[in-house]
Write a protein that binds this ligand. Structure first.
Ligand code: NAP
Ligand code: GLV
Length: 321
C-alpha cells in the first residue's frame, strides 16, 4: 500500500520532519517564504495532511481542493486565525494547534518586552551602538518602574495566566479583562476582573493576549488609546491586527501613551518605511513570543504528532474543530 502523503510548508523543525518521514511520504517546501496559493491548492488535492506555519493562509479554495482526501491541517502555533476553520469543518478537515507548550516562553517574552520598554533597554543599547554614550549621565535613560505597578491583561488564557505568575515577583497589582470570568484564577492569584474600558484607564501596563477574531481585530485603535493614561504602556503579544498600527504611531507621537512594546504587527514583517519603526518609545520584535529553541522544536513535534494521530485514526491531541 502506498504511504500516506504529508506536505510540510517549511523546513524549519527537522525533528518534526524526521518523525513524519518514519511513517509517511513527506514533501517539504524548501523556501523560507510561504508556498504560493496555487502550490497549496495542488498539494491539498494530493496530500492526506499538511503542516503549516502562522503565515500560511489556508482559505476555502485550498480546503475545497483537498475535499475528500485531506484529513488534517496541523498548524505549528497555538493561534489558528490563518485558517478558515469553518470551511475546514464543512469538508471534514481537522485543524489542530499546539496549546500547552508555549505559554511559559511567551510569558517570558512578555516580560522581556515590558522590561525593555519600561527601563529603556533597547533605547540604551541603540545609544551605545550609535556612539551616543560619551559621558556617564543616566538622565537620558530614566525609565519607569515595573515593580509595584498595575498590570492589565486583556485575554486571560494560557499565556495570560503565566504572565500573572511572573508578575508576582514584581509585586504588581493585576487586573484582567476576558469575556468570561475566571473565578479560579482570580482566587488563586488575587486578581480583579475589570471592564474593557476600565482596564485601559486604570493600568500602567496593558498586555494583549487575545486570539485574533472579528471581535478583537483593531480592538486597540485611537478611541481605546485615548482612554489609556499618558504614563502607561501597551504590550502586544497577540496578533498584529488587534492593534491599529497607524493609530498607535499617532498615540506615541502625541504622547497620548508613554510607550509600546509589540511582538506582532500588521502587516508582518513591519514595513521599514512605516514611521513607527523610527519612534524611540516603542520596542518591536519579529513575532518571536514562543521562539525559544526548546519551544520552537516542541511545537513542531506537537504538530507532527497531531498528524500521526489523525492519519492513524487515533485520538488527536489538540483539535480545534
Ligand atoms: P487562550 O488560552 O485561548 O487564551 C485566550 C483568552 O482570550 C481566552 O481565555 C479568552 O477568554 C480571551 N478572549 C477571547 N476573545 C476575547 C475578547 N473578544 N475579549 C477579551 N478576551 C477574549 O490562548 P493563549 O494560548 O493564551 O494565546 C493567546 C493568543 O496569543 C493566541 O491566539 C495567539 O494569537 C497569540 N500568540 C502569539 C504568540 C507570539 O509569538 N507573539 C505566540 C503564541 C500565541 P474568554 O473566552 O473568557 O474571553
Ligand atoms: C504563534 O504566534 C502562535 O500562535 O503560536
Amino acid at each position: 500500500m502506498p504511504k500516506q502523503k504529508v506536505y510540510v510548508t517549511r523546513a524549519r523543525v527537522p525533528t518534526a520532519i524526521e518523525l513524519l518521514q518514519t511513517l509517511f511520504d513527506v514533501e517539504v517546501w524548501s523556501e523560507n517564504t510561504p508556498p504560493p496559493k496555487d502550490v497549496l491548492i495542488e498539494k491539498a488535492s494530493i496530500s492526506d495532511a499538511i503542516m503549516t506555519e502562522v503565515d500560511d493562509l489556508i482559505d476555502e479554495e485550498i480546503l475545497e481542493s483537498g475535499k475528500g482526501k485531506l484529513k488534517i491541517i496541523a498548524n505549528r502555533a497555538v493561534g489558528y486565525n490563518n485558517i478558515d476553520v469553518e470551511a475546514a469543518t464543512a469538508r471534514n478537515v481537522t485543524i489542530t494547534n499546539t496549546p500547552g507548550i508555549l505559554a511559559e516562553a511567551c510569558a517570558d517574552m512578555t516580560f522581556a518586552l515590558i522590561l525593555s520598554i519600561a527601563r529603556k533597554v533597547t533605547f540604551g543599547d541603540r545609544a551605545i551602538r550609535n556612539g551616543k554614550w560619551t559621558v556617564f549621565d543616566q538622565s537620558p535613560y530614566l525609565g519607569t518602574d515595573v515593580y509595584g505597578k498595575k498590570l492589565g491583561i486583556i485575554g486571560l488564557g494560557d499565556i495570560g495566566e503565566k504572565v500573572i505568575k511572573r508578575s508576582i515577583g514584581f509585586e504588581m497589582d493585576v487586573f484582567y479583562h476576558s469575556r468570561t470570568a475566571k473565578a479560579e484564577i482570580e482566587e488563586k492569584y488575587r486578581i480583579t476582573r475589570l471592564g474593557f474600558e476600565d482596564i485601559l484607564s486604570t493600568c500602567d501596563y496593558i498586555s494583549l493576549h487575545v486570539p485574533l477574531s472579528p471581535e478583537t481585530e483593531k480592538m486597540i485603535s485611537s478611541r481605546e488609546l485615548a482612554l489609556m493614561r499618558e504614563d502607561s504602556f501597551l504590550i502586544n503579544m497577540s496578533r498584529g491586527p488587534t492593534v491599529d498600527l497607524d493609530d498607535l504611531h499617532a498615540a506615541l507621537e502625541s504622547g497620548q501613551i508613554a510607550g509600546a512594546a509589540i511582538d506582532v504587527t500588521d502587516p508582518e514583517p513591519v514595513p521599514m518605511d512605516h514611521p513607527i519603526v523610527h519612534n524611540e518609545n516603542i520596542v518591536i520584535t519579529p513575532h518571536i513570543g514562543s521562539a525559544s529553541k526548546a519551544t520552537f522544536t516542541a511545537m513542531g513535534v506537537a504538530a507532527a504528532k497531531n498528524i500521526v494521530a489523525a492519519l492513524q485514526d487515533k485520538q488527536i491531541p489538540s483539535p480545534v474543530n
